[in-house]
Design a protein. Structure first.
Length: 286
């Protein structure tokens, strides 16, 4: 039976309940984080907690807990689920109050966290890659906030799946923003390119690590506007996230990307990423 954390208590998932007037349920009024855990240690914890602070500030919600408390809750969940590789989900909503769009005066935020096993993608799966389709980015203008209100992302990803693809690459004003649940990178004339930080994308923790690894290893990269036209010309396309790491996209809107398998820049970055993880498991990388 899975043990979850809810408002100060660890308890079986089946016994964890929230009031029907929770603003997360009524309005989608909350934020979340997803953190990978490798070898029993939360990966890039400080980065995830910093982004959580930014998300909370972005919705005008005072952080109910500090970094040490978050880290204790996450650590306890990991231990209770036997360590190893996991994916921890953390959610904070504005709490339960009579329904009114405006913020309630005095209300305790709801804090919920759980964990589930995290599976690594075998190299043959990475080599084969996945399909993606481009779709109009119908989301709001604060995609930098990791909000739980994900209806647009849900509809977009579902449309991708109905079209036989694993992910939707979102296009706004003729440029790539990100995926429905991932950031997007391309290799274009040998250069690694991804959309710049800003309100149109979530500043992915995986994205930032990839850019860090590129900078440290002499891989040419640019954070800049990437037109839909350039996306079509790319030699390689990848999607990145905490749960998928780096996944090659080998078919875009029914057309082959590059030679239709994972490309050479992908394998280079994959190996740098796995090396970094290895050092993290050994305690020599943060
Ligand atoms: N989503 N962009 C969007 C819209 C996302 O939902 C995610 C991740 C990312 C990648 O961010 P990171 O590298 O920090 O995971 C980018 C998570 C995994 C989710 O919603 O489950």
């Amino acid at each position: 039976m899975s043990i979850v954390y809810l408002n100060g208590r660890f308890l079986p998932a089946e016994q964890a309940f929230i009031p029907v007037f929770d603003r997360g349920f009524i309005f989608g009024d909350g934020v979340y984080e997803v953190l990978p855990v490798y070898g029993g240690r939360p990966f890039r914890l400080a980065h995830h907690l910093e982004r959580l602070s930014q998300s909370l500030a972005g919705i005008g919600l005072t952080a109910p807990l500090g970094a040490d408390e978050w880290s204790t809750i996450i650590g306890e969940l990991i231990v209770r689920h036997g360590g190893g590789d996991q994916s921890v989900y953390l959610q904070i909503t504005r709490g339960a109050a009579p329904r009114d769009h405006a913020f309630p005066a005095h209300v305790e935020p709801t804090v919920f966290a759980y964990t589930q096993p995290l599976k690594e993608n075998p190299e043959e799966v990475l080599g084969r890659g996945v399909r993606a389709v481009t779709l109009d980015d119908i989301r709001w203008r604060r995609c930098d906030i990791k909000a739980i209100a994900l209806l647009a992302n849900v509809l977009l990803r579902q449309e991708a799946i109905q079209r036989g693809a694993a992910e939707a690459i979102l296009i706004r004003d003729g440029a790539v923003t990100e995926g429905a649940a991932s950031n997007i990178f391309v290799a274009l004339r040998g250069q690694l390119v991804t959309a710049p930080r800003g309100p149109s994308i979530l500043p992915g923790i995986t994205r930032d690590l990839i850019l860090e690894l590129a900078a440290a290893n002499g891989i040419d990269f640019a954070e800049r506007r990437l037109s839909q036209e350039e996306l079509r010309q790319a030699e390689e396309v990848w999607m990145t996230s905490s749960t998928k790491e780096i996944m090659p996209i080998v078919e875009l809107d029914g057309k082959q990307v590059g030679n239709g398998t994972a490309g050479s820049l992908f394998w280079r970055m994959h190996s740098l990423f796995q090396d970094y993880k290895r050092r993290f498991r050994e305690g020599t990388a943060g």
